[in-house]
Write a new protein. Structure first.
Length: 226
């Protein structure tokens, strides 16, 4: 199954809203760090329901926001959720971004980058479209150090790339981006039941759940275009 087919199904079944609810726990902290100024142009890469673009419009007054997704159904849903004329959506491929060189001020991607067929080339495309001094904020929960995410590949037909922290930094640099920051954002909003309630349907031990959400959380890598 292709990325388009997989996520068209997710959108049709309403899973896009569920993704938004889960991602927001850590996404809001990463979005708050983005140095977006009034009037800036932002690309939301793998936009899903479009929540990040709407948040940047509301909190930072970004000028123009493009949400790009490989799923037509995702972009259709996102447009239906969005009331801002300055926020638009396009169906596109991570390997060939439909934007001119030096035309984007900031790129945001949450839980989407690892679906890229060629992640190295995707970073090259991001570097191409960013203006000098522009930033890319790449947030993922699926990465090597987060051992609790490794099994996710078994539940999705699309092949995913699982890099470790060092591989993200190296790939950013190979694409010509300066690595400005790399951080783990803990998820403090997921409720951790008391020890007496374990094992649960999803967790054998409370310690494993604590590790997944409070220690590993979301890996954020920030790049800056020279």
């Amino acid at each position: 199954m292709s990325v388009r087919e997989e996520f068209d199904e997710w959108a049709a079944s309403g899973r896009d809203r569920g993704m938004e609810d889960r991602h927001w726990h850590t996404a809001k902290y990463a979005l708050a760090r983005m140095p977006v100024e009034a009037g800036d142009v932002v690309l939301d890469l793998g936009c899903g329901s479009g929540y990040a673009g709407r948040a940047l419009r509301e909190t930072k007054n970004a000028g123009r926001i493009y949400g790009l997704d490989g799923s037509p159904e995702m972009t259709r849903n996102a447009a239906g959720y969005t009331d801002y004329s300055s926020v638009g959506y396009v169906v596109g491929d991570f390997g060939s971004l439909p934007f001119a060189t030096d035309s984007i001020d900031h790129v945001w991607s949450m839980e989407a980058f690892y679906y890229a067929a060629d992640p190295h080339h995707t970073l090259e495309e991001i570097a191409r479209v960013l203006r000098p001094g522009g930033t890319v904020y790449c947030a993922v929960d699926y990465y090597e150090e987060n051992v609790h995410s490794h099994e996710w590949q078994e539940s999705i037909s699309v092949e995913m790339t699982r890099w470790d922290r060092a591989q993200y930094r190296e790939a950013f640099r190979e694409a010509g981006l300066h690595v400005a920051e790399q951080d783990n954002l803990p998820n403090h909003e997921i409720e951790i039941p008391p020890e007496s309630e374990f094992p649960t349907d999803n967790w054998d031990t409370r310690q494993a759940m604590l590790e997944r959400y409070r220690e590993f959380g979301t890996l954020l890598t920030v790049g800056v275009a020279p």
